[in-house]
Design a protein around this ligand. Sequence first.
Ligand code: BDR
Ligand code: CA
Length: 311
Amino acid sequence: MKHIILDTDPGVDDALAFLLAFNSPELKVEAVTTVAGNVNHTKGHKNAKKLLEFIGATDVPVCAGAEKPLIRVMSHAEEFHGKTGLGEAELPEPKLETDHRNAVEMILEKADELGKDLTLVAIGPLTNIAAALLADPKLPEKVDKLVIMGGAFNLTPYGLGNANAVAEFNIWHDPEAAKIVFNSGLPIVAAGLDTTTHPDYRMSVDMFNEIKDKKDRRSKLVVDLCKSLVEKFNGFSLHDPQAIAYVVDPTMFKTEKYKVDLEVHGELTRGMTVVERRYYRRVKEEANTDIIVEVDAPRFLKLIMDRVTGE
Ligand code: BDR
Ligand code: CA
């Protein structure tokens, strides 16, 4: 059983990640911590509560985190995720109370309690993780690893940007936080756009229609969450669920290890994840990120079908 903290900015694909995480017996979600990103923090935090109530995981602490990036002004991605952040899904106003500990306090407390049994999973901007690292620089030695959805590494033909030509949204949203995280010594595994937008690893229109035909409770939610994005983008990129799937079963993934650093100030390249690929500069000890480069598509998509949908 892997203990995780789920740091999230819900978010349509974050919602699918919740369904996968909470329906995976391999995982124990110790806490959900929220961060501003796809929508402002108030909406995202409320969405996390709505999702926990939908799932029935009301005993899991939900902690408030960063309301804006470390330095940048707040931006959002409501044009993709909808005004509420949950597409066309309408979930009841949540009753769940926010935990008395904030995101950083919860991360540090669980790191002390669980040590190497704890995996941090960040599927939004890295603001909370960076703040935790600033508060406790020993955090990298305490926990097992950090698994993120983030980055556009240019290791596959699909590793191009979605926030600008070269940067992925979560990293772009708070590049200073990402710079701290990538340079912290924390072992990182990254599901980036290289594989999350790969056509073989997306939810195809056929897969979406199959889910639509299922008509169970979770399938109906998935349809309401995803339908406008499926229409707009001819399918749905399973960004955040890919990061969760890695934690559930890393044997479905092939990774390559590189040194990654961040372009923070670029005029055109803010948030670019720069991969050191020059063979004569590749120092093993400096490599900080296992980047997912291949996914066992049939197994991954079956996992999504089996666990994201159903009663
Ligand atoms: C990432 O950005 C957000 O919009 C998604 O939730 C995902 O975490 C994809 O670039
Ligand atoms: Ca997200």
